[in-house]
Each structure stands twice: as C-alpha cells, then as structure tokens.
Design a protein around this ligand. Structure first.
Ligand code: PRP
Length: 217
C-alpha cells in the first residue's frame, strides 16, 4: 500500500505535524530535524511527510502529489485551489486584516493603494466594497509599505499585533479569522477515505491533548 502523503509547511508546522502523528503511534525515524531533508517516511511505511513552502501546499494537494495538506486558511483563500477543506485544527489562529496608519481607510474611500502577500483576497475584498485599488504584491515585511509611501494600507495577517504596533500601524478592518486547516485531494479522499479520516483523527487528538495540557506553541 502506498503511504499517505502529507504536505506540510517547512518549519514549525512540519515539526508539529510530525510530533502529533508520533504521539498518535505513527513513529518516524529518530533523526534530528533537518531542513534539507524534504521527505520523511514513517517507520511502518504508512505515512510520508513532504516538506514544502506554505504557499505551495494547496498545489501539491490539488495535483495529487500529496493526499493531504496542512496549511493556513489564508493560503487556502488566496489560492482558490480545487481541494476539500476538511478540518480546522484550531491552532495558528490569526486575523487577516486591512491595516495602516489610523485614518488611512476612510469610510468614503473610492480608491486605495494596497500592499500585500494576498493579491487575490485583496482584490475580492475591495471589489466587493466598491473600492478601486492599485495592489502591490510583496513577499514579506509588508508593514514597511505604508511607512515608506509604497501604499496607503496593507492586507496582512496579524497574530500578536506587535509588528503593527512597533511600526505605528493599526488594524482598520478585519477581513477574516484564519487558522490551520487540513485539506485533501479529491481523488484521494474518494479512494482512501478511511486513511484520510484516520490521519485527521490523529492530528485532532494530538491538538486536543496538547490543549488540555495547556501546551502552547
Ligand atoms: C507575518 C505577517 C506579519 C507578522 C504578524 O509575517 O506578515 O508581518 O507575521 O505577526 P504579529 O502580529 O505577531 O506581529 P512573517 O513573520 O511571516 O514574516 P514576513 O514579514 O517575512 O512575511
């Protein structure tokens, strides 16, 4: 039987997924986490973790290179890929917001310049609000944009709010609440439903047990 392939973002989410599966009895080789190793297979051969860039998780899952993915709701919204979103794991909670200097998003705004890592979400949000936009797509340090006049506002995720605060910026509007989700390839879900469900149950169980232990990441 082919292993279930699980695409996870390199780093914190990857380590967490491995820990949660291990606690659920899916042991992985006892090697130190190595950023350069891109695939690890569980000792029993039933699971494979694929370490990819967060923004690429939905692509691996949509194309069937991975059966399941663990990824933020923000990435799912931005990508609009044809996958099933099956479970909110309840961690990685943040808000997707419009932010900027106080007063930079007036109620009667007709046109705004916006910097963001999320151009599709941004366009949809402002189109719905009837506001024309000039969107600059950036890859990081979004908060710099209003400071140097690249844009009037930004669309970004806020977790603790400290990056905004440290740069004199505030939340102007909430677009959505986001958290870490499990997505699945549609064909995999149809043909390997039980294995997909088992994987989700293991992840959910681990998250719940950690919450009960007040384990925070
Ligand atoms: C994210 C996001 C904000 C920051 C918010 O950036 O784009 O900049 O985290 O977190 P906070 O509310 O806890 O301060 P990330 O750390 O991913 O780095 P980036 O700027 O390279 O995107």
């Amino acid at each position: 039987m082919e292993p279930m392939k699980l695409a996870v973002a390199k780093g914190r989410i990857a380590e967490k997924a491995r820990a949660l599966l291990s606690e659920g009895g899916i042991a992985f080789p006892d090697t130190l986490y190595d950023e350069r190793k891109l695939v690890i297979t569980s000792i029993d051969g039933s699971f494979q973790l694929l370490f990819v860039k967060a923004a690429d998780v939905p692509t691996y899952v949509e194309k069937g290179a991975a059966d399941i993915g663990i990824v933020g709701k923000d990435t799912i919204m931005e990508d609009g890929k044809d996958v099933y979103e099956l479970q909110d794991l309840g961690f990685g909670k943040c808000q997707l917001v419009v932010a900027g200097f106080p007063g930079s998003f007036p109620d009667d705004a007709k046109y705004l310049t916006v910097a963001t890592k999320y151009p599709a979400i941004t366009k949809e949000y402002f189109d719905k609000a009837g506001i024309r936009t000039d969107i600059s797509r950036l890859n990081g340090s979004i908060e710099l944009a209003p400071i140097v006049g690249l844009s009037e506002v930004i669309v970004d995720i806020v977790e603790t709010g400290s990056t905004l605060r440290d740069n004199g910026l505030v939340v102007l509007k909430e677009i959505a609440k986001v958290s870490t989700r499990v997505i699945a390839n549609k064909a995999s879900y149809a043909t390997r439903t039980e294995e997909v469900q088992t994987c989700i149950e293991l992840l959910k169980k681990g998250v719940k047990e950690r919450r009960e232990d007040s384990y925070q990441t």
